[in-house]
Design a protein around this ligand. Structure first.
Ligand SMILES: CCCCCCCCC/C=C/C(=O)SCCNC(=O)CCNC(=O)[C@H](O)C(C)(C)COP(=O)(O)OP(=O)(O)OC[C@H]1O[C@@H](n2cnc3c(N)ncnc32)[C@H](O)[C@@H]1OP(=O)(O)O
Ligand SMILES: NC(=O)C1=CN([C@@H]2O[C@H](COP(=O)(O)OP(=O)(O)OC[C@H]3O[C@@H](n4cnc5c(N)ncnc54)[C@H](OP(=O)(O)O)[C@@H]3O)[C@@H](O)[C@H]2O)C=CC1
Length: 267
């Protein structure tokens, strides 16, 4: 379904980290369907190439680059590559990330650091490098971070990830203030459960085969999210309709974070 006009983001250039798979892939596709030129970045070259070919067949101007967001030199290569390919960068989606579930008392320092490094440090490296380019261009920009719905509530088994995502939240609030004068807006999205291969793999060993049904029972709207719904939300945040919005966190989880609701109902 096409919600936004085909040329809403015409002449806009978007970088989507983790754009080769799952949520990032759908976000990149939706931005492309609204006219943006897209650069998808991740570590696995073959996955990125496959996605790029798919997009190009659909008429989306796409380039792909294999980089690790944890390595500042490679992050700079991503920005240089984007500017070299499309001349500038207007939109950044910080989607790359992940974690593994583990009881906190069993988490090793390396395990903790791996997740903090990927989700917090990596996100800062990309955000800083892209913002420097946006400041140089003088054209403003829209940055969106993909975090998690349970940011403020917490979630057992992923203390490292919740800590890292709250770090990104604090960073976002601060950068929204620092970079408002450049008209660089930075917002965040907290997705609930969206079925992707990455999510299933991550949860497979620890959460059991009925994980998705169990979580869905606690979702007032009674289903998991559709990837397209995240694509549309990012498109909105990246387009002129959201030009007065910065430093915000939007949850999209079918009401999951409302909990099961009150047991007392006065009717
Ligand atoms: C509430 C309502 C719900 C609401 C419903 C919402 C639920 C959905 C929640 C979110 C879902 C998703 O995020 S879905 C997205 C899933 N996708 C991903 O996670 C993919 C990205 N993940 C990764 O790249 C990795 O897992 C990442 C965490 C960054 C680790 O990468 P590294 O390559 O740096 O890791 P390594 O060098 O191999 O290892 C570093 C250390 O980490 C440990 N380590 C790494 N992977 C490990 C693993 N699977 N299990 C144990 N330990 C692991 C190693 O043992 C090392 O510690 P030592 O042994 O001590 O040396
Ligand atoms: N699915 C869900 O229900 C939810 C997901 N999220 C978050 O949404 C994002 C996307 O998740 P999803 O699509 O489900 O899962 P995926 O595993 O498909 O997405 C993770 C993406 O990030 C890339 N990536 C990870 N680490 C790095 C790195 N160091 N450098 C470059 N790229 C990296 C991966 O590519 P590669 O491995 O090739 O580098 C991959 O494309 C993640 O941040 C996830 O935590 C949040 C809430 C819920």
């Amino acid at each position: 379904m096409q919600i936004f006009s085909e040329n809403l983001l015409a002449n806009q250039v978007a970088i989507v980290t983790g754009g080769g798979t799952g949520i990032g892939k759908q976000i990149a596709k939706t931005l492309g369907e609204s006219g943006a030129k897209v650069v998808i970045a991740g570590r696995r070259k073959e996955v990125l190439e496959e996605t790029r070919n798919e997009f190009v067949k659909e008429g989306i101007e796409t380039h792909a680059i294999s980089i690790d967001i944890r390595v500042p030199e490679q992050v700079q290569q991503l920005v240089d590559f984007t500017v070299g390919s499309f001349g500038k960068v207007d939109i950044l989606v910080n989607n790359a990330g992940g974690q593994f579930p583990k009881k906190s008392e069993e988490l090793t320092p390396n395990g903790w650091n791996a997740v903090i490094h990927n989700n917090l440090n990596g996100t800062f490296y990309v955000t800083q490098a892209v913002a420097k380019q946006m400041i140089k261009q003088g054209t403003g920009g829209a940055i969106t971070n993909i975090l998690v719905s349970f940011l403020h509530r917490g979630a057992p088994g992923i203390a490292h990830s919740v800590a890292a995502r709250n770090g990104v939240y604090g960073m976002m609030r601060t950068l929204a203030l620092e970079w408002a004068k450049y008209n660089i807006r930075i917002n965040s999205i907290g997705p609930g459960l969206f079925v992707t291969e990455g999510m299933k793999e991550e949860m497979a060993s620890s959460a059991g085969p009925h994980f998705i049904e169990q979580v869905t029972q606690d979702v007032p709207l009674g289903r998991t999210g559709r990837l397209q719904e995240l694509g549309w939300l990012v498109t909105y945040l990246s387009c002129p309709a959201a030009e007065y919005m910065t430093g915000e966190f939007i949850v999209i989880d079918g009401g999951n974070s409302l909990g099961r609701g009150l047991t007392f109902v006065p009717y």
